[in-house]
Design a protein around this ligand. Structure first.
Ligand code: NZQ
Ligand code: ZN
Length: 395
């Protein structure tokens, strides 16, 4: 049966070529009077995007302060720096120019400005989030979906824990999506993004209980489109239509749409395992997901082989036979072939890491909060299950 749901996404999307020129007017429309322009290490400056965004703010005489240097797997220390700067400069609007890491860092600064006390408390679920300063994005990388999601993922260098904080209040007020801004991405980053977008959809697809027929079709459409677009981008990184499809898929895959009406909200076990790997080894998120997915899928598919079989049929066009287990294994193999084709790692060795037994045990312990909770909904996984998945991935 279709489950009840609420869907209320407050992000205004402005999609298309040259849309970054509207930054100033959008900030103004959403009430920003002093802006933090937040960005990463090099790309926003190098491509000239930062200058164009600042020119758009200058045109409307909107004052701003700059804070660059956000790293992939964004760090808590940069968030603290941002909170201090914004308090000092009386900033009331946070503009992220970059990918998921920059947007997530801006969201964390937004939480820090809204509340007294340590912002990390929200990431370790010590305190409830009550609100967030307004955040908006000029997106340069189709991947994390943070431009429309309710989530922010931050890494605390003390202990190297990577954790998320989730609140509707952090959803971007507006997101500027110009597919051309992703032309400069290295192929590896483009493909990390494609994998992440597919995973956001699959985390909501491989879940226990009933699924809404329309939601399944939407999810499969997103998956097919990203799969096909990734091959087009491998051939031609400047294929506007492929970039546009992947960019819109990034937003739709993680703005809750692809999970609506399903009985359980999402699985998220591959993501939670990747967050442990990302925290400990600082790997690119999409690559980390690819490296654990097959191990996870092989471990859990017997819970519902028909679901995997349908995935193979609808996404990769594989035939459905009367042997659901064989079809499920063929679907897993097709996904892994895709990783190979787009040069994504299919295991931890190809990801470039080789965790020790102790490190794997530590990751499983952290993911389950010392075995006090399970992760996943398709199949609930405890500490021992995660160790076995990591061992299988580590080959
Ligand atoms: O720092 P710069 O120089 O900008 O370089 C970045 C960075 O090195 C580069 N890049 C971005 N746009 C570019 C570009 N290079 C050339 N041309 C461009 N147009 O790409 C590198 C990676 O950027 P990053 O923002 O880290 O990537 P992504 O968007 O994949 O974000 C990953 C982070 O998001 C989190 C991940 O865990 C990870 O920390 N996630 C956030 C989610 C959310 N908030 O909803 C959900 C996701 O599942 C994910 O966990
Ligand atoms: Zn992700």
């Amino acid at each position: 049966m279709v489950s009840s749901f609420e869907y209320n996404i407050s992000t205004k999307v402005v999609f298309g070529k040259d849309t970054e020129k509207q930054t100033g007017s959008l900030v103004k429309a959403f009430g920003g009077t002093k802006v933090l322009v937040h960005y990463g290490s090099a790309s926003a400056k190098k491509t000239g995007l930062l200058d164009r965004v600042l020119a758009s703010l200058d045109e409307l005489a909107i004052p701003y302060v700059l804070l660059g240097g956000v790293l992939p797997n964004p760090r808590l220390s940069k968030v603290y720096e941002g909170i201090e700067l914004c308090k000092k400069e009386k900033v009331d609007f946070l503009l992220a120019v970059g990918g998921g890491s920059v947007i997530d860092s801006a969201k964390a600064i937004g939480y820090g400005l809204y509340h007294e006390g340590d912002v990390w408390d929200f990431y370790i679920k010590k305190r409830e989030i009550r609100g967030c300063y307004p955040v908006a994005a000029v997106l340069t990388l189709s991947a994390a979906g943070s431009e429309m999601s309710d989530s922010s993922v931050i890494t605390n260098e003390e202990g190297w824990l990577k954790r998320d904080a989730v609140s509707d209040s952090s959803r971007c007020k507006f997101s500027i999506l110009n597919p051309e801004l992703t032309y400069t991405l290295p192929e590896h980053q483009t493909m990390c993004g494609a994998v992440d977008i597919m995973m956001h959809t699959m985390e909501r697809y491989f879940t226990a209980g009933d699924h809404m027929a329309l939601t399944d079709e939407l999810a499969e459409g997103v998956l097919r489109t990203v799969h096909q677009s990734a091959y087009r981008l491998k051939e031609n990184a400047l294929d506007y239509d492929a970039r546009a499809n992947v960019m819109w898929a990034s937003s739709l895959s993680h703005n809750s749409l692809t999970g609506m009406g399903n009985e359980s909200g999402g699985d998220w076990a591959p993501h939670m395992i990747e967050h442990e790997i990302g925290g400990m080894f600082d790997v690119a998120h999409g690559a980390g997901l690819a490296a654990v997915w097959e191990a996870w899928a092989q471990y859990v598919y017997k819970t519902d082989p028909a679901r995997f079989a349908r995935f193979g049929n609808k996404v990769f066009g594989l035939p459905l036979t009367d042997d659901a287990e064989m079809d499920a294994l063929a679907a897993i193999a097709a996904m892994v072939n895709f990783f190979v084709d787009v040069r994504m790692p299919k295991n931890l060795r190809e990801l470039g890491i080789n965790p020790t037994k102790e490190e794997m045990a530590k990751m499983a312990r952290q993911a389950t909060n010392h075995d006090t909770k399970t992760i996943g909904s398709f199949q609930k996984l405890g500490q021992e299950d995660i160790v076995r998945i990591l061992e299988f991935a580590n080959r």
